[in-house]
Design a protein around this ligand. Structure first.
Ligand code: LLP
Length: 420
């Protein structure tokens, strides 16, 4: 965790604001983000890659709050989107359409139209049918759709299977061996303007070798296409760099990642596009929750908190580890506990068999590394209103999303006459 999150006088702070002060204002659970941590991560990328000046497209799916998007836009970031909703968010946050790339296997005609009319940098095409749909939509609009074809490089990124995307059996992209053919087809489509090649192999990746292997394949393809007279300006290598969730995790620094990429590119003129999400925002956010009850089961001790799997689903979904701290630095003896939420599912846990300093009712706990794939994956399961999000900068904090009310829960629902 970067030093925007730290204990001062035994109390956990986000930058210069005590977590307790934020909780007094918005209650628990709540997400808290550090504007400085986000800026620091972005600048690490920018500096590492400065010699080739790539387009760093922050991957909106990691955290799409419009204040976060505005912060990245002001830092000069572009955006990687996967839906019309994300495009709307980026435009609302004043993101530059000329730095937006659009991936996803199931783009609708409306989404394609929205992207073409917004004049985004390019759309990553994931199938031949999608390519035809794009051609038709562009022609209807009397425009051309700028595209890159997402290829599936068949590379194992050695990460959780749910977040591996570049394997032969995965639903993403077009088989590498078929790519040349598809590019040739695309090159004669009136509505299509080919500008790049693209791949994304997965997420939370610690080993640089799969990235290098994927980039080699993209360069090989781009060179071949150029030889065939199909002009390639951009190589989009996707996102995926991992972050540290546990103290033993040592992911590659953006600098090492950049050095590898720059050396693979070997001075070739392609403009590089990156799509990092987690490595820009993951460690810039925490989820704060309150201890509701302590309960001794027959074989286990449970700490029951007021956040649950609907607020942060990563432990339940991927069995992922998140560091947890007591907001009041604790000197209590440690005991082995499960830290769990109150949703009616056994999978609703934040930590299992975790050594943790003894807590009491009403203690505040901070669940770390929750900035990416946290709030965005939250739901109203068990009819729980979604929690607020707060952004901190120095001594100031601002509520960037309000807590939902119970009235919000039934908004848009109607009871038909035939059961009245
Ligand atoms: N580009 C594309 C096409 C992607 O599919 C993704 C993530 C990214 C970029 C950003 O990847 P990152 O730099 O954040 O690794 N919910 C999961 C992660 C799913 C990632 C999906 N794709 C989790 O909580 O671990």
């Amino acid at each position: 965790m970067q030093n925007s999150f730290l204990y001062k006088d035994n109390e956990y702070h986000v930058e210069d604001v005590p977590v307790k002060e934020i909780v007094k204002s918005v209650g628990t659970p709540c997400y808290i983000y550090s504007a400085s941590a986000l800026k620091k991560s972005f600048n690490l990328y920018r500096e590492a890659f400065s010699s080739i000046d790539p387009i760093i497209c922050y991957s909106v799916k990691a955290n799409s709050n419009i204040a976060i998007l505005r912060a990245f836009a002001r830092l000069g970031a572009g955006f990687d989107i996967v839906s019309g909703g994300e495009l709307y968010r980026v435009l609302s946050a004043d993101g530059d359409p000329k730095k937006i790339v659009f991936s996803g296997v199931g783009k609708t005609n409306e989404e394609i139209k929205f992207a073409i009319l917004s004049d985004i940098l390019f759309i990553n095409v994931e199938s031949i049918e999608e390519l035809s749909a794009m051609d038709i939509t562009a022609k209807e609009l009397n425009k051309k759709a700028r595209v890159a074809i997402r290829v599936n490089p068949d590379i194992d990124p050695k990460t959780h299977p749910y977040i591996s995307t570049g394997l032969r059996e995965s639903k993403f992209g077009i088989e590498f061996d078929k790519a040349l053919d598809v590019y040739k087809k695309a090159s004669v489509m009136e509505g299509i303007d080919i500008v790049g090649v693209d791949a994304h192999i997965g997420s939370q990746i610690f080993d640089l070798t799969p990235f290098a292997d994927s980039l080699k394949k993209l360069i090989e393809l781009a060179d071949l296409l150029c030889k065939e007279g199909i002009d390639i300006g951009y190589i989009d290598i996707g996102g995926g760099l991992g972050i540290s969730y546990e103290t033993d995790d040592i992911p590659p620094e953006p600098r090492e990642y950049a050095d590898m990429i720059i050396s693979e590119l070997g001075g070739k003129e392609y403009k590089l596009v990156l799509e990092p999400g987690r490595s820009l925002i993951g460690n810039a956010g925490i989820l704060v929750t309150k201890v509701n009850y302590l309960k001794e089961g027959e074989t286990k001790k449970f700490v029951i908190v007021d956040a649950a799997m609907n607020d942060l689903i990563r432990p339940a979904f991927y069995d992922s580890y998140h560091e947890i701290l007591n907001v009041n630095e604790s000197t209590e003896d440690e005991e082995i506990v499960d830290i769990v939420g109150s949703v009616c599912e056994s999978g609703d846990f934040f930590a299992k068999d975790r050594k943790f300093p003894k807590v009491k009712r009403d203690d505040l706990l901070a669940i770390l590394s929750a900035g990416a794939y946290g709030f965005v994956m939250s739901s109203n399961y068990n009819s729980r209103p979604r929690v607020p999000e707060v952004m901190v900068k120095g001594e100031e904090f601002f509520i960037v999303r309000e807590r939902e009310t119970i009235e919000d829960l039934i908004r848009g629902e109607n009871i038909p006459d035939f059961i009245k």
